[in-house]
Design a protein around this ligand. Structure first.
Ligand code: CUA
Length: 310
């Protein structure tokens, strides 16, 4: 068990997956067996002892000590077994090995960004080395989110103003889904990221490449940030409608605001909308954007340069 998906569980690609699956199947098949015994017994006895004519009267039932003890003892043993087993797995899942590779995850409405020890960062893409414990330290910029990688069998809430963490060791290279599993607003269902499990050398190569943002020209850096920071979740560049206005052709155009006024989408307006999104709300759109004040000066300039070109 563990590697390939079944009707009940997706494929398992972490060291903890087999533990979780065995426990799940134990509970599942035990419950199925007990249900079969209870329902089957009930149907059989109802048929066997059905009333055959109006004068039928049942004989008094004698109690059976053995039977009564057995339906107290057997379920107690089963419950204790599941508890001990589950608690052991729980401990394993919650205490990260001390040599774990640490990645910082930030959740926001509606996307993920990941920061690596060497300064690399990526949005909605989590790159991890295979066969190595990885610990994700998480926080949220706004509301409750939840970090869920079904193939790794890990799930952990991500909270504002407080860190939480989760660890796993992926044991199979490939691509896996990462979902937000806490309803967090309009685009909750699209708060999806991809986990890339790579060999250590591929991972190192990716790390080097991802951290080399320093010397990129501004529009190119902006283009990278547009996906990294999940701007693309809410703003298209082809004019299509999403939660926020499309970037296509907005630069230097007059834009109507919810207040009834209008503003020219110049550099300063774009900048203000990144840092303080609620200062001027575009007409017809919700005030749903979080602040991106955490971006560096150069990153903000890069995004403005990118938007200008659309
Ligand atoms: Cu974030 Cu649901």
């Amino acid at each position: 068990m563990g590697n390939n998906g079944t009707v009940w569980l997706p494929e398992g690609a972490s060291t903890i997956a087999a533990d979780i699956d065995w426990l799940f199947y134990f509970v599942y098949w035990t419950s199925a067996l007990i249900m079969l015994l209870v329902v089957g017994g009930m149907v059989y006895l109802a048929y066997k002892y059905r009333r055959r004519d109006a004068s039928d009267a049942p004989r008094p039932v004698k109690e059976s000590k053995l039977l009564e003890i057995s339906w107290v003892v057997i379920p107690t043993i089963l419950v204790l077994l599941v508890f001990t087993w589950g608690f052991q797995s729980y401990l394993k899942m919650n205490v990260a090995p001390p040599n774990a590779y640490e990645i910082q995850a930030t959740a926001f409405s509606w996307g993920w960004s990941f920061d690596y020890p060497n300064g690399a960062s990526a949005g909605n893409e989590l790159h991890v080395p295979v066969d190595r414990p990885v610990k994700i330290n998480m926080s949220s910029e706004d509301v409750l989110h939840s970090f869920f990688i079904p193939a790794f069998r890990v799930k952990q809430d991500v909270l504002p103003d407080r860190y939480s963490s989760v660890w796993f060791e992926a044991n199979q290279e490939g691509e896996y889904h990462l979902f937000c599993s806490e309803y967090c607003g309009t685009q909750h269902s699209e708060m999806v990221a991809t986990v890339f499990v790579k060999s250590q050398s591929d991972f190192n190569a990716w790390l080097d490449e991802a951290s080399a943002g320093e010397d990129l020209p501004l529009p190119e850096l902006g283009e990278r940030l547009y996906t990294q920071q999940s701007c693309n979740q809410c703003h298209s560049i082809d004019g299509s409608q999403k939660v926020g206005p499309s970037f296509q052709g907005i630069y230097d155009q007059e834009r109507p605001l919810a207040s009834g006024e209008a503003v020219v989408a110049d550099d300063n307006y774009l900048r203000e909308s990144i840092i303080e999104p609620n200062a001027k709300i575009a007409e017809g759109y919700p005030a749903a954007m979080p602040s991106y004040a955490r971006l560096s000066e150069r990153e903000i300039n890069a995004l403005v340069a990118f938007i200008k070109e659309q």
